[in-house]
Design a protein around this ligand. Structure first.
Ligand code: C2E
Ligand code: MG
Ligand code: MG
Length: 569
């Protein structure tokens, strides 16, 4: 009990005031606070709350006779008993403070988390009052202890007000993220990460006008909101200056930690936008900048965002199709012929997808989506089994027939591919030399031990590899040697170039000679016309795959067209 120095307690003073006077004082203090002030008379159960609270929560009045009953309408039902027990303790004298976090219901019945803090003041006559405040936890925009900046909750509050009252005042919102923050944290520890965050916050604050708002979001991301009427610095200038400041900072710290930042920006009219939307769109745009190679700024573009949403939706559709026993998927086959007599020697299995919603979708579109989401793992298995079964069947027409199946590196790195291949061959009863696995050069990671092991075991099992898309990447001969590819498949784009200019033609000729000298064979892809065939045959490929001999078709049609009638085309 606090003594006022004249033998009176605080409560004695309060008791000397009329209810109207107490209410007036409370309202004055209320103006200086985000919280709701309250007084609960623990003896009489009279409850007084500031007027602001009655607007947001279902209190009928600022002074209520029967607190126990009244609070029942305001408090989330399952939290009521806990609150009651705590108030009982205050009333009985067992405790003199009250501090609880629990839930209230607003006037629309929505849950609001609150923090309630109070102190019991006791009069000389033993009268006890609980005096305190209720704060909404969601509204508490705590500052960030690392950077000293305000956090996302504060951005939401400020942005909502701004978007409601003067959306046109917002010039741009820029989201800045560190490109390699996870690496810094992992390699050098969280303290190093915190220091980098402080440095970056400092650089941002030095770059923008002091009236520009800067917030720290989750992890390593910052939000810069320019809704000022000061001299306008466009986002490009801001980003350039920020990059320079960071580079200087990194240099000043003697390159002890190297980092770069990317940024995503929305500009233009913000009318009708919400804080949530700004967060979502800047996050997307920042990720675009990172996807484009990091250390750069991207501007929000509605078309790319729509495209992104479409890809997300396609992913959903693909997942649905997979869960419905691969509904809409079909494996097509394209003939591969030997250049000696143009005999059919095998086929490449090529996946097709017909979506209910999007119609026939090109593999160039859906394969990357399957890869990003790792859904290529179940789909790859499906293709493998389909192709193996089909090959087994077609070997009745051509005993040496082989089937080529495309593999994604995702399958190789993230699934037990070898076991699956093994199981498939066993179950289908296919000779291992009837299966050729196609891999491109582009996903190869030299240092990955798993991939070397994969090549070694494939060799042991006598399963051949084909190096696909040759001529589109580095066309690395060393890689060819490393994977010991039985076949190199020269991509159509390279063939088209060779048909158009002598220089590329001469390169292809030499590459084919080199591949032969390494003991591998060459399959040339994408021959469409007789003329093309005539010209490219002079470079001495071993096999041809192209529309000239046949487009990819369904298994039934392939059988009809190429196997039942004749075995040479
Ligand atoms: P790829 O493995 O290089 O397959 C050859 C592509 O070239 C096929 O395209 C084929 O239809 C096309 N092509 C063949 N001959 C000609 C021609 O004469 N002219 C033209 N213009 N094109 C020709 P498709 O079927 O659209 O497949 C594209 C890519 O999708 C494939 O390239 C492959 O990388 C990927 N893909 C297809 N199926 C699968 C699969 O089951 N798994 C994986 N991981 N990737 C697949
Ligand atoms: Mg292929
Ligand atoms: Mg290819």
């Amino acid at each position: 009990m606090a003594d006022t120095g004249a033998g009176m307690s605080n409560l004695d003073i309060l008791q000397g005031m009329s209810l109207e006077q107490i209410k007036a004082v409370t309202e004055v203090f209320q103006q200086c606070s985000d919280s709701y002030l309250f007084i609960l008379d623990l003896n009489t159960d009279v409850y007084m709350v500031s007027e602001k609270a009655t607007k947001r929560f279902p209190f009928d009045n600022t002074v209520m006779e029967n607190c126990t009953a009244v609070l029942k309408d305001v408090i989330y039902p399952s939290d009521y008993a806990m609150l009651r027990a705590d108030i009982e303790k205050c009333a009985s004298g067992e405790q003199d403070t009250h501090a609880l976090e629990y839930r209230w219901l607003d006037r629309k019945g929505r849950v609001v988390w609150i923090s309630c803090m109070g102190t019991v003041v006791t009069g000389t006559d033993g009268h006890r009052l609980l005096v305190g405040r209720v704060s909404e936890l969601g509204k508490k925009a705590k500052a960030d202890n690392i950077t000293g900046l305000r956090r996302e909750a504060r951005f939401r509050l400020n942005a909502e007000a701004l978007l409601r009252d003067q959306p046109k005042a917002i010039r741009y919102v820029m989201r800045v993220g560190i490109d390699n923050f996870k690496e810094i944290n992992e390699k050098e520890g969280v303290e190093a990460g915190d220091e980098v965050l402080q440095e970056l916050a400092e650089c941002i604050l030095k770059t923008v006008d002091e009236k520009v708002d800067v917030y720290r979001l989750m992890a390593d991301e910052f939000l810069v909101v320019d809704a000022t009427d000061t001299i306008y610095k466009d986002p490009n200038t801001i980003y350039d200056e920020l990059q320079k400041k960071i580079a200087d900072m990194v240099k000043k710290k003697e390159y002890s930690r190297f980092y770069t930042v990317s940024a995503g920006v929305i500009e233009g009219d913000f009318t009708g936008r919400t804080a949530e939307e700004i967060l979502r769109l800047t996050e997307f745009t920042l990720n675009e900048a990172k996807r484009n190679g990091r250390n750069q700024m991207a501007m929000y573009d509605q078309a790319s965002y729509d495209e992104y949403l479409k890809r997300l939706d396609m992913r959903k559709e693909l997942r649905k199709a997979i869960n419905r026993q691969f509904e809409g998927f079909e494996v097509y086959y394209q003939p591969i012929v030997s250049t000696t007599g143009y005999h059919l020697v095998g086929a490449e299995a090529l996946l097709r997808w017909h979506s209910e919603k999007y119609g026939n979708v090109s593999p160039a579109v859906f394969i990357p989506i399957l890869e990003e989401s790792s859904l290529i793992i179940p789909v790859g298995k499906y293709v493998l089994w389909e192709a193996a079964n089909t090959c087994k069947k077609w070997k009745e027409y051509i005993p040496s027939f082989h089937i080529n199946v495309n593999l994604s590196y995702v399958q190789l790195y993230r699934s037990d591919l070898l076991k699956d291949v093994d199981k498939c061959i066993q179950e289908v009863g296919l000779d291992s030399d009837s299966l050729v696995l196609e891999l491109t050069e582009s996903g190869y990671i030299e240092t990955n031990g798993r991939i070397k092991e994969f090549f070694r075991e494939l060799k042991e099992k006598k399963i051949d590899l084909a190096l696909d898309d040759f001529g589109t990447g580095y066309s690395n001969m060393r890689y060819l040697k490393e994977i010991e590819a039985k076949t190199v498949k020269i991509d159509r784009s390279f063939v088209v170039q060779a048909l158009q200019n002598e220089y590329d033609y001469s390169i292809i000729s030499h590459i084919i000679d080199m591949v032969h000298s390494l003991g591998s064979s060459v399959c040339m892809e994408g021959i469409e016309e007789q003329e093309e065939l005539n010209k490219m045959m002079q470079t001495k490929p071993d096999m041809i795959q192209g529309y000239y001999f046949g487009k990819p078709t369904s298994a039934a049609q392939f059988e009809e067209q190429f196997l039942r009638i004749k075995d040479s085309l």
